[in-house]
Design a protein around this ligand. Sequence first.
Ligand SMILES: NC(=O)C1=CN([C@@H]2O[C@H](COP(=O)(O)OP(=O)(O)OC[C@H]3O[C@@H](n4cnc5c(N)ncnc54)[C@H](O)[C@@H]3O)[C@@H](O)[C@H]2O)C=CC1
Ligand SMILES: N[C@@H](CC=O)C(=O)O
Ligand code: NA
Length: 433
Amino acid sequence: MMRTRPLKVALLGCGVVGSEVARIMTTHADDLAARIGAPIELAGVAVRRPSKVREGIPAELITTDATALVKRGDIDVVVEVIGGIEPARTLITTAFEHGASVVSANKALLAQDGAALHAAADENDKDLYYEAAVAGAIPLIRPLRESLAGDKVNRVLGIVNGTTNFILDKMDSTGAGYQEALDEATALGYAEADPTADVEGFDAAAKAAILAGIAFHTRVRLDDVHREGMTEVTAADFASAKEMGCTIKLLAICERSADGASVTARVHPAMIPLSHPLASVRGAYNAVFVESDAAGQLMFYGPGAGGAPTASAVLGDLVAVCRNRLNGATGPGESAYAALTVSPMGDVVTRYHISLDVADKPGVLAQVATVFAEHGVSIDTVRQQGRQDGDGEASLVVVTHRASDASLSGTVEALRKLDTVRGVASIMRVEGE
Ligand SMILES: NC(=O)C1=CN([C@@H]2O[C@H](COP(=O)(O)OP(=O)(O)OC[C@H]3O[C@@H](n4cnc5c(N)ncnc54)[C@H](O)[C@@H]3O)[C@@H](O)[C@H]2O)C=CC1
Ligand SMILES: N[C@@H](CC=O)C(=O)O
Ligand code: NA
């Protein structure tokens, strides 16, 4: 039976995502009420610029005082789509203390302070939901938290940042420059307020920390995630990738070790074969593979950024939280009971593509191969190309078999010391084979 008293929703932030949340709440009001079992009412919208025209939002709902809004005491759910650490963190904890549950899209905050925020939600018997924080519209948090709660997840691998996928895709398919592609992604509402978070891999690392924590029932902090951005990926890297039948993607990879006792989480650009499903993920789309004991391999795919897609995930959480509230219940909180060790990047084992500038003279290949052998890194293929510019140098491209990151770093350090190695042009991991 439909309850007539509406559940009250406070919206914090009315930018790319918030404006779409408000629009869908209004245009789908009847359906949302039917699905929840009670109408939901937009009770207040906290903004920074009150003079901005916001179509469909009554002016009397707009406030610049987000703190007063979350302290009102009659708010059932606070939707936080401001972003950043403060004041979002304080507003969320204040909301719990004043009786509201929270839906957030804020991966930066959840990766940094997820444990404390979950604790605050628990103490106040409230919900904290954040499907939109990882891979935009794609249902991923809920499948991991709920659908796969009876299985054992061993690996989560995928593209979790729409902006960088958009840029890499443009660079690869149209030859567009980095800045031009980034400007377009920003105009389309994909990029973070400071796009450094996207291109330097902070955003994907935050998502990797959240995913690893949920997948492995272990607290994984942002600092535990090895992070490399994509600003140094060049047209030459794409050309090398093509020669190997690969393309380049910024990947997030969270893995359980073979003995099951530890996990790793990392974000970095990597070559993947063109035949791999991740190679055909275009634009701001995301795709994530989850591998588990019983289910085997699952793939989640869809829009990873943008106002409406992200609002879809926020609304899904809003419905779930409202239903919980009507039932006098809360959904699953943090699950970190496994408390596995989070190992450093040096323990990660994968393949590498290394491009060296070497002296074009006899014996160099043997010298380089010896350094690899001394560090226990087995070579799969080597390709040497003399250069036309007559500078006495050649390009040497080495692709290794699987080796630990620590062994590879040791190898590269030793290679740099060889007189015959003039420079290390690029090092890229090769994944998905
Ligand atoms: N844009 C996207 O594709 C996605 C964004 N997200 C996350 O959603 C959140 C919001 O992102 P966007 O909407 O893209 O950002 P945005 O920058 O378009 O919107 C944020 C809004 O919050 C307002 N704001 C900032 N401080 C405030 C305060 N103290 N009180 C009231 N309003 C305040 C800003 O003026 C701005 O209008 C962020 O946490 C972001 O990481 C998550 C998934 C996808
Ligand atoms: N900036 C992010 C937005 C979604 O999380 C991205 O590009 O993926
Ligand atoms: Na999602």
